[in-house]
Design a protein around this ligand. Structure first.
Ligand code: C2E
Ligand code: MG
Ligand code: MG
Ligand code: MG
Length: 285
């Protein structure tokens, strides 16, 4: 919002806008610095499988170790990176790092688990998206069955047919696909069936609302049944309370993610947590 127009016709910005532009620039420079000097790290959050009664997956979540971006949260950083285009380089770093991490994690486990990786809508739209992923898989030597990609509804709706074909190619490599934040985007049920997705992640807002009323619980139960009817597994994200866990369990929701199981944490902490859940023993790493 420009407050007034100056003599020469240029817009004079108010202080709020000036601040916003400065913040964006700080973030952009901070990202550049982090990409160059290894300033990012990954945290991992477990997904608990209610049928197998063990942790079968972790989600990789981007974090900053460098002081260059310490004043900002990860959502601000990712939003800015989407605007500047830096998200493509971030994505590539995240995918490579996640592939290396799951190899390290599985090295300590009796039974291997999978890792799910958030993919930016901008990255999916790039022509070399599939090739980037294939290259990283070959380079790291990771088993593609361990890799799951999280995409959002809005990110595939734009060029539906093209993106659908890209996802099919990835599936042929052995990778599986999660539809993230389900319920917050288009939520057009008709396209769900035609996309090569394996998991539907119910957004935290629905899981929060479950505590409020029977009607909200019915909505979640209905989404789970719908997903099952078309052959999808369901993940509930942002599960914080035992009450939510018990309800979701009774609706046969396969995967539970949230602080109730574990907060996102670094490699050492998460590997120990998984061993505790899956192998009932604590092992020093
Ligand atoms: P998301 O993919 O939906 O990730 C789940 C978010 O919910 C994470 O926030 C996680 O820390 C948080 N969460 C999980 N369980 C709970 C809970 O029980 N309570 C609460 N209050 N929060 C919970 P985070 O790490 O801040 O990430 C936010 C979003 O940023 C992600 O949402 C994802 O869209 C994006 N993001 C994170 N890492 C990456 C990345 O490596 N690449 C890309 N492209 N996007 C990322
Ligand atoms: Mg996600
Ligand atoms: Mg999510
Ligand atoms: Mg979410």
């Amino acid at each position: 919002r420009a407050k007034e127009t100056g003599k020469n016709g240029f817009q004079i910005f108010d202080e709020g806008m000036k601040h916003e532009v400065e913040e964006k620039l700080k973030i952009e420079l901070g990202i550049r610095e982090c990409l160059k000097n290894n300033g990012f790290e990954l945290f991992f959050q477990p997904l608990y499988n209610t049928q197998a009664k063990r942790i079968t997956q972790v989600e990789a979540l981007l974090r900053v170790k460098s002081s260059a971006l310490s004043a900002f949260n990860i959502m601000q950083i990712i939003q800015t990176a989407e605007v500047t285009g830096q998200i493509i380089d971030i994505d590539k770093w995240v995918i490579r790092s996640a592939c290396e991490s799951i190899q390290r994690i599985n090295h300590y486990l009796d039974e291997p688990i999978n890792i799910s990786i958030n993919i930016s809508p901008l990255h999916i739209m790039q022509q070399d998206f599939v090739r980037n992923i294939r290259d990283i898989i070959i380079d790291t030597g990771v088993f593609p069955d361990w890799i799951e990609l999280e995409i959002t509804e809005t990110s595939i709706m734009k060029s539906f047919e093209v993106n659908k074909r890209k996802l099919e190619e990835l599936k042929r490599l052995g990778i599986s696909i999660h539809l993230d934040d389900f319920g917050t985007g288009y939520s057009s049920l008709s396209y769900l069936n035609s996309l090569p997705i394996d998991h539907l992640k119910i957004d935290k807002s629905f899981i929060d609302a479950m505590l409020q009323s029977e009607k909200e619980r019915k909505i979640v139960e209905t989404i789970i049944n719908l997903a099952h009817n078309i052959g999808l597994h369901v993940v509930a994200e942002g599960v914080e309370y035992e009450e939510q866990f018990d309800m979701l369990n009774s609706y046969n929701c396969e995967l539970i993610q949230g602080y109730y199981i574990s907060k996102p944490a670094n490699f050492e902490y998460i590997t120990r947590t998984i061993k505790q859940y899956n192998e009932e023993e604590t092992v020093k790493i």
